[in-house]
Design a binder for this molecule. Structure first.
Ligand SMILES: Cc1ncc(COP(=O)(O)O)c(C=O)c1O
Length: 512
């Protein structure tokens, strides 16, 4: 296209009334002309002075557009010689996926096809094998609140006034060191108070230096497996286990070996024991999702086995602050004398899930590496929030909130148990309800619990099917995870009534 033709072509298309700045229109039109080869590689574009005069716009506007096109690699500018279309112009408009082709008559009129000289739609790009497996097996729920969402505490009871007072205090005189990136491991003040809390409440043996602050258990496990294993290494997981953990392990390239659980916790067979893993991941204080407590004998066996075979044990202690009827149990980490347990916990259940603060307690010899790696991989921040949390704990609000919630959730659990017993008696027993935020209601063998979940959703009730937590379908029990903690007292009975209708419709009327 000759310079004068280009000027005419541009003049016909620049629309001063369409609300788009002339600069942006000119930039986009020149990109399109180059991409469609209307302006072929090597051709000279008019001087900024000439083009500005022909279009009746400021020369500075044209100069700026040319400078931008140079930066993006569309044109080269050579002092004294002029501006030329680059030999290697990009094939698609930088920063504008789906932009219309240059001289397409529908250009600018809402044509949202990607640049495509042949007129054929490009093949959609596929996920990696790992990505596709993650999505195919994803367990995350679209709803994160409401009856009977498992794993969610009552966020409406969180003491927001105390929290906002502390927040305001820090924002009133913001400290630069709280607004920059976090030093590896998190805020020392938070690590100090947390070490006190974990020592006294969870019998964890630790110094503040062994604590690494994270964004929650998901991230803690991600960090631990990255630092302590290589792709292809075997990790024992409990079967059933939490779907989120299974996904984190899967994308890390580990090979999970699902180990069944019995009433004493994880129960490796002789064959399992003959194949020591690199890591094992357990929920000793409250098996997820079935709720049993790992016996002392099983704890000792695992610790001794891990010592002999140099395995790491990750202890996921996600909700054991909430035990009803007995005191919270001591951690497995507290029994470890060989420095082989990585303890992970979270404020997601004790305070609120959206806080996204969790922690790892690592053996002393690993503390520096973990602190460095977490800063290196995740470039942590949120120090001001960590300062608020540290003060919240130091002033006693944390333990007092846990105490209040324990009473509240204990009452809600009882209301739910009573409603279930009144409706189904022993036909559908509830298990695992003496701790945590949910219980499991067993369904008759052979029931497809996903059908019940779907029937419940139609009644605006969220529950999760137990079978989905099993890696080995032949082991999978049928049942429902029913979270009671986040359901207001007065809503438990009507919500259970709706759930019971879904159960009756699916389980009993279908004759299973
Ligand atoms: C067993 C278990 N581990 C970990 C988590 C998640 O913890 P976080 O929110 O800190 O990532 C959950 C949440 O439901 C869980 O059930």
């Amino acid at each position: 296209m000759r310079a004068s033709v280009l000027s005419d072509w541009l003049a016909q298309r620049i629309d001063r009334d369409n609300g788009q700045p002339v600069y942006r229109q000119l930039h986009r039109l020149l990109q399109q002309a180059i991409l469609s080869r209307e302006l072929p590689a090597g051709s000279k574009v008019p001087s900024s002075r000439l083009l500005a005069a022909e279009l009746g716009i400021a020369r500075n506007t044209v100069t700026q557009v040319y400078e931008q096109l140079v930066l993006e690699g569309y044109v080269n500018s050579s002092t004294g010689r002029g501006t030329f279309v680059a030999d290697s112009a990009p094939d698609e408009i930088v920063g504008a996926p789906g932009s219309p082709t240059a001289l397409d008559p529908s250009a600018g009129a809402g044509a949202d096809r990607p640049h495509d000289p042949d007129g054929a739609m490009p093949e959609p790009r596929a996920l990696s094998t790992r990505g596709a497996r993650l999505i195919a097996g994803a367990g995350v729920s679209k709803r994160q609140l409401g009856a009977f969402m498992p794993g969610v505490p009552d966020v409406s009871k969180f003491p927001t006034r105390v929290w906002s007072r502390l927040h305001n205090k820090y924002w009133r005189r913001p400290r630069a060191d709280l607004l920059t990136y976090a030093p590896g491991g998190g805020l020392p003040q938070l690590r100090n108070v947390l070490a006190d809390y974990l020592r006294t409440s969870r019998s964890v043996r630790c110094t503040p230096g062994q604590i690494i602050i994270t964004t929650g258990i998901h991230q803690s496990i991600d960090l631990a497996v990255r630092l302590l294993s290589d792709p292809g290494d075997v990790i024992w997981t409990e079967d059933p286990c939490y779907w989120g953990v299974r996904s984190v392990l899967q994308v890390s390239g580990l090979q999970p070996r699902p180990i069944p659980v019995d009433e004493e916790g994880i129960a490796p067979s002789a064959d399992d024991l003959a194949h020591p893993p690199k890591l094992m991941l357990v929920t000793p204080s409250h098996q997820y999702p079935l709720g049993m407590v790992m016996s002392l004998a099983r704890r000792r066996m695992l610790l001794e086995y891990a010592r002999q075979h140099r395995c790491w044990i990750i202890e996921d202690d996600y909700d054991s602050e909430f035990r009803y009827g007995s005191r919270p149990l001591a951690s497995l980490q507290g029994l470890d004398t060989a420095g082989q347990v990585i303890y992970v916990g979270s404020f997601g259940k004790t305070l609120f899930p959206g806080l996204r603060v969790g922690y790892l307690v690592v053996p002393e010899g690993l503390a520096d590496s973990f602190a460095t790696a977490s800063a290196e991989l995740y470039r942590e921040g949120q120090l001001l929030q960590q300062a608020v949390l540290a003060e919240f704990i130091a002033e006693g609000h944390f333990t007092s909130h846990i105490r209040k919630m324990r009473t509240l959730y204990g009452q809600r659990r009882q209301t739910l148990l009573d409603a279930a017993a009144a409706r189904f008696g022993d036909a559908l027993p509830a298990i695992g309800g003496d701790a945590g935020l949910h219980l499991v209601m067993r369904l008759p063998d052979g029931t497809n619990d996903r059908d019940v979940v779907d029937a419940a959703i139609e009644r605006n009730i969220v529950v999760r099917g137990l079978s989905g937590y099993y890696a080995q379908p032949e082991r999978a029990g049928s049942g429902l995870l029913i979270g009671y903690a986040c359901v207001p007292d007065e809503e438990i009975e009507p919500a259970f009534d709706a759930l019971a209708q879904a159960v009756e419709e699916t389980v009993f009327r279908s004759g299973s």
